[in-house]
Write a protein that binds this ligand. Structure first.
Ligand code: ZN
Ligand code: FE
Length: 239
């Protein structure tokens, strides 16, 4: 599988997971349809599935147009079937979703929203974390509780360290400032920031990160109890 990063809207990322043998693709969180259609048409790839991590408009905005154009099926969490536009296939926590060469484990990771899921393409060592785990940060807690978010991140921390993280937004630089403010002596973090700056200067995404890098550098993953985590989350909201 080949993974393509498609910048959308202001700072969103959608992702195409491409089966190069069959020239078919899944899209993760299409914020809008146009950049996705442009890429698919250029490369003559057929879109088969639309995977949504959660129901926010900047993750599902392209569902309708892409479904109409390609006849692709929309996949989302069964608990969110009333609010994911055009949903066709309902998936549940720990379910293994498979179609041809596309194969992902669904992990329910509530906190940002109650129905937030991630798609773990284990054969490709890649996970699509939406607005739950960002590089050097985590999502705001809109619907869930602090402890739900903490437990959700804990599930992600247990993945193999070389798993690549593809998240919903390019927030890495802003996030790095918060991490550094609270973790000033972290050498790994400082090295990662040098890399981030380099990528951004070249107008490249800072994504993917890896579980290893996030365990080393992301202050939200480094907090080992829900109390510290909650405090950090509050501080970040006002940073
Ligand atoms: Zn969101
Ligand atoms: Fe978002």
């Amino acid at each position: 599988m080949k993974i393509e990063i498609i910048p959308c809207l202001q700072d969103n990322y959608s992702y195409l997971i491409i089966d190069e043998k069959k020239n078919t693709a899944c899209v993760v969180d299409p914020s809008e349809s146009n950049p996705i259609i442009k890429f698919l048409e250029d490369k003559k790839i057929d879109l088969k599935f639309i995977l949504n991590t959660h129901h926010h408009y900047d993750h599902v905005g392209g569902n309708k147009e892409l479904k109409e154009k390609y006849g692709a099926s929309v996949i989302g969490f069964k608990g969110d079937k009333h609010r994911i536009p055009e949903i066709d296939i309902f998936v549940d926590d720990q379910e293994n979703w498979k179609h041809n060469n596309f194969e992902a484990k669904i992990i329910h990771i509530p906190g940002h929203t109650l129905g937030h899921i991630c798609f773990y393409f284990y054969n490709d060592k890649s996970i699509f974390t939406g607005d739950t785990l960002f590089s050097l940060g985590c999502g705001r807690i809109f619907e869930g509780t602090y402890s739900q978010m903490y437990e959700s991140l804990k599930k992600l921390k247990e993945l193999p360290h070389d798993t690549k993280i593809f998240c919903g937004h390019e927030y890495t630089m802003q996030n790095s400032r918060f991490c550094l403010a609270h973790d000033q002596n972290n050498k790994n973090l400082k090295n990662k920031i040098i890399n981030i700056k380099k990528k951004l200067q070249e107008k490249l995404p800072t994504i993917p990160s890896t579980i290893k890098e996030e365990l080393e550098c992301n202050i939200f993953l480094r907090s080992d109890n829900v109390k510290t985590f909650s405090k950090l989350r509050d501080l970040k909201d006002n940073f």
